[in-house]
Design a protein around this ligand. Structure first.
Ligand SMILES: Nc1ncnc2c1ncn2[C@@H]1O[C@H](COP(=O)(O)OP(=O)(O)O)[C@@H](O)[C@H]1O
Ligand SMILES: [Mg+2]
Length: 362
């Protein structure tokens, strides 16, 4: 049985529908992420799971029990916010033991349990410090220790790393993965950062305008986006407007505007004339002054229009003969390559395999 069942939950603010008929089922021990742009309803959904807010329609079931009318403190759910929300006048020890003291755990148990919780988040030795004597990362760890000390069934995390700089964020991400594995508590993590979601999660629900667009494992979300929104939101992606010319034996023939005829793997039964987009990740596109003759089913001549060097990879924008611009990504560490291979204006060939892109009907 799922630990959390969200069934057709809707939340309106006046005429505005912030969460629109969302259904999700989350298992015990999962690291589950709600991912989507700012304003898509992530926090609203999280607040309803926590019990700070109530759905206008639908139900939220935790451990088989309908949560309607159950206050936050009786839900066995804890929330960690971006703002940490530590008590500034309490030491680390007092902050972390606060939930235990509230639930009248005997004094003698406090010490060992606080130590255990601080060990979980690598903060032993910091017991007597006050929040203003800690770094941002350390404060967030205290917030995590406090949230986990009662071993809730569900830990809700609302953009907990958003305030940290890139380097620290990466370290905290690794720590979160380890921590979740160690404590085995179900995490529901909210972020607008797609890289973070891909790195952390067992499964991701991609949200847009209050609805779930796709729910899948990270590799599926990245490799097989279901529609334009997901393809565009997750990573870099060429979305080439096209229409289906024909489908035969699992091969789809697509007419791409300002490009030409390409082939892709496609489901038989897609009607000719169906409009949509070919989603093509830039790293799936090959580029060379001259591609090997049998290298790619789809190949076009063009020239380098521009490029963006980002350290580990370079993103080239190639304009093909018919005018379409296609993004191509090259790792900068590939064998035999110096830091930059092409200059704007260079004549190049680009190409990709039949199975490199996927057709997304409108
Ligand atoms: N209490 C509220 N009253 C009115 N509108 C709200 C309220 N809470 C959230 N909203 C609106 O609902 C939408 C979703 O908000 P939110 O869930 O906070 O988005 P996210 O966390 O994905 O950025 C936003 O447009 C926001 O302005
Ligand atoms: Mg939010």
């Amino acid at each position: 049985m799922a630990l959390l069942e969200i069934r057709d939950v809707t939340r309106r603010f006046g005429d505005f529908v912030a969460v629109d008929g969302v259904s999700l089922s989350i298992g015990a021990g999962e690291f589950f992420t709600l991912l989507g742009p700012s304003g898509c309803g992530k926090t609203t959904l999280l607040r309803m799971i926590a019990g700070f807010d109530q759905p206008d329609a639908g139900s939220i079931v935790i451990d088989g029990k309908d949560m309607v009318g159950v206050p936050p403190e009786d839900r066995n759910v804890h929330t960690v916010f971006q703002s940490y929300a530590l008590f500034p006048h309490m030491t680390v020890e007092q902050n972390v033991s606060f939930p235990l003291r509230m639930s009248k755990v005997p004094q003698t148990e406090l010490g060992p349990r606080v130590r255990e919780a601080l060990e979980d988040v690598s903060l032993l030795g910091m017991e007597k410090r006050y929040p203003n004597e800690l770094s941002g990362g350390q404060r967030q760890r205290v917030a995590l220790a406090r949230a986990l000390i009662n071993r809730p069934k569900l830990l809700l995390l609302d953009e907990p790393l958003a305030a940290l700089d890139a380097k620290l964020k990466e370290r905290m991400q690794l720590e979160l993965i380890t921590l979740q594995k160690e404590v085995g508590v179900t995490f529901i993590y909210v972020t607008h950062d797609q890289e973070e979601a891909l790195a952390l999660s067992h499964r991701i629900a991609v949200m847009n305008k209050g609805q779930v667009e796709q729910l899948d494992e990270p590799a599926k979300i990245y490799g097989f986006p279901k529609n334009r929104f997901v393809a565009d939101f997750i990573g870099e992606c060429n979305l080439l407007d096209c229409s289906v010319s024909a489908v035969a034996d699992g091969t789809m023939f697509l007419d791409v505007e300002q490009l030409g005829r390409v082939t892709a793997i496609g489901a038989n039964g897609t009607a000719s004339g169906t409009k949509g987009a070919l989603a093509l990740r830039p790293e799936k596109v090959s580029i060379a002054r001259e591609l090997a003759p049998d290298a790619c089913a789809n190949r076009f001549n063009g020239h380098v229009f521009d490029y963006l060097y980002t350290g580990d990879v370079t993103l080239y924008i190639v304009e093909v003969e018919n005018g379409r611009r296609v993004e191509v990504m090259l790792p900068n560490n590939a064998v035999g390559r110096s830091s930059k291979f092409f200059e704007p204006g260079d004549a190049v060939q680009i190409g990709w395999r039949e199975d490199a892109g996927s057709f997304l009907p409108d």
